[in-house]
Design a protein around this ligand. Structure first.
Ligand code: 5GP
Ligand code: ZN
Length: 115
């Protein structure tokens, strides 16, 4: 755990959060500032700062997270309609929290290209 990381604190249950899924490797919770009817974040419990610092040894973890995203999306009822998975990396993408996370958004139509 990184002491000054808000998502590490969420993973440690030190912050009140609506958790939608959890296992030994990852946790999914509702975004505080929802941008769609369904908007949750999936994070590894292990602190990884951003996509820029993932390594090959994280491959299994990242792969499992995507399998979980599929399952949680199905439970949330957005599989058929569709959903968007977003990982913002660094300044130009607007990353605000520097603990790797995947936004999962659904329940409405999204435009492309993104803003
Ligand atoms: P980023 O811009 O880094 O990709 O997204 C960070 C996301 O984390 C934002 O959508 C923001 O609403 C969410 N967020 C920031 N702090 C908290 C928090 O304390 N709890 C929850 N549930 N979400 C948070
Ligand atoms: Zn962290």
């Amino acid at each position: 755990m990184k002491d000054d990381c808000i998502f590490c604190k969420i993973a440690e249950k030190l912050i009140d959060t609506v958790i939608v899924y959890e296992d030994e490797e990852c946790i999914a919770f509702e975004d505080l500032n929802k941008q769609a009817p369904v908007h949750f974040l999936v994070i590894p419990k292990k602190h990884i700062g951003s996509l820029n610092v993932i390594s090959v040894s994280d491959s299994h973890l990242i792969g499992r997270i995507f399998c979980k995203i599929k399952e949680i999306a199905a439970k949330a009822g957005i599989s058929e309609g569709g959903y968007r998975v977003v990982a913002n990396c660094n300044r130009d993408a607007g990353q605000e929290v520097f603990h790797l996370h995947f936004h999962v958004l659904g329940g409405r139509k999204f435009s492309w290209p993104p803003g």
